[in-house]
Design a protein around this ligand. Structure first.
Ligand SMILES: NCc1[nH]cc(CCC(=O)O)c1CC(=O)O
Length: 302
């Protein structure tokens, strides 16, 4: 049996895709894979703002098109980059074990904390979530947009364009980068829903593939993925709303922490709930509705 795998061709995408395929192969050594590398508009225009080339999630949709058009059987994504409404017809069928869900601060001097940066220091990030949540604690720092792949971002830091940058720990781990950093506690900066999770998507109708994918999937990661994705779908955040959520299993129950902030960081609301690991989507929805109510009461527009 051969599975055609649609993926972006960046170093990080290929590392993530390889990880997912290795996980499937552990259970199903007879399966062969063929990569279908999709060169998306996001790979061609690295430096333009998202809004100019079609908005967040566009590149993932271009990869999904290969599945929808029958040029591939599955599509592999970094879950946090998949828009809240996934392309119609596709289901999340498999996730390898999650890497770190957390964000890290990399400064030019190494592993310095947010509180070690001098007033006026320039922090690079294009994420509304990262900027708003950090601005809340350090409104005296200067936040500047920063795009590009992980290598590019680290290069811009080394070149002195920034004093510090914020990255996903998962990206650094998967690329095997040896950089010193400070892991930002999740209560300071709640992760993006799905951060650190790789998702393998296929069509609902692929009854021939779904069982094979499902039994290669890492159970706890899939529970986290379902809770965080349901949260995202119901939180109603546009791509520029600073929201974060992280679900984890602890002592037999499923927990979720979610937060929303105003873009300038002046307001923030948090929600922590416990639920049944057998019903992860329910917990995600509950957390989203509770967060929306608290955000509305605090005057934060979601
Ligand atoms: N938006 C870019 C992106 N998409 C996925 C990752 C790696 C982390 C992950 O797999 O969630 C990154 C890099 C980053 O945010 O620093």
């Amino acid at each position: 049996m051969k599975i055609r795998v649609a993926t972006r061709g960046s170093k990080l995408s290929l590392a993530q895709t390889r990880l997912a395929l290795e996980e499937i192969r552990k259970k199903h050594p007879q399966v062969d894979f063929e990569l279908v590398i999709v060169r998306t508009r996001g790979d061609v225009h690295q430096d333009k703002p998202f809004t100019e080339i079609g908005g967040k999630g566009l590149f993932e949709r271009e990869v999904n098109l290969a599945v929808l058009e029958g040029r591939a059987d599955v599509a592999v994504h970094s879950l946090k980059d998949v828009p809240s409404e996934v392309s119609p017809g596709l289901v999340l069928a498999m996730t390898p074990p999650r890497a770190s869900p957390f964000d890290v601060l990399v400064t030019r001097e190494g592993a310095k904390t947010l509180w070690d940066l001098p007033s006026g220091a320039v922090v690079g990030s294009s994420s509304a979530r990262r900027v708003a949540m950090l601005r809340r604690l350090r409104s005296d720092l200067v936040y500047k947009p920063l795009r590009g792949n992980v290598d590019t971002r680290l290069r811009k830091l080394r070149e002195g364009l920034y004093d510090a940058i914020v990255l996903a720990e998962a990206g650094l781990q998967r690329l095997g980068m040896e950089v010193e950093y400070w892991r930002i506690p999740p209560d300071v900066l709640p992760p993006a829903p799905g951060q650190g999770i790789v998702g393998v998507y296929t069509l609902y109708s692929r009854g021939d593939l779904l069982p094979l994918l499902e039994d290669s999937s890492h159970r706890e990661t899939m529970i986290q993925a379902r809770a965080e994705r349901a949260f995202l779908a119901y939180a109603g955040g546009g791509c520029h709303t600073p929201i974060g959520a992280y679900a984890w299993v602890e002592g037999g129950s499923l927990r979720i922490h979610a937060a929303a902030a105003s873009p300038d960081g002046s307001k923030r609301v948090d929600v922590e709930l416990k639920g049944d690991p057998e019903r992860p989507a329910q917990l995600g929805v509950d957390a989203a509705l509770e967060l929306r109510a608290r955000a509305a009461a605090a005057g934060i527009a979601l």
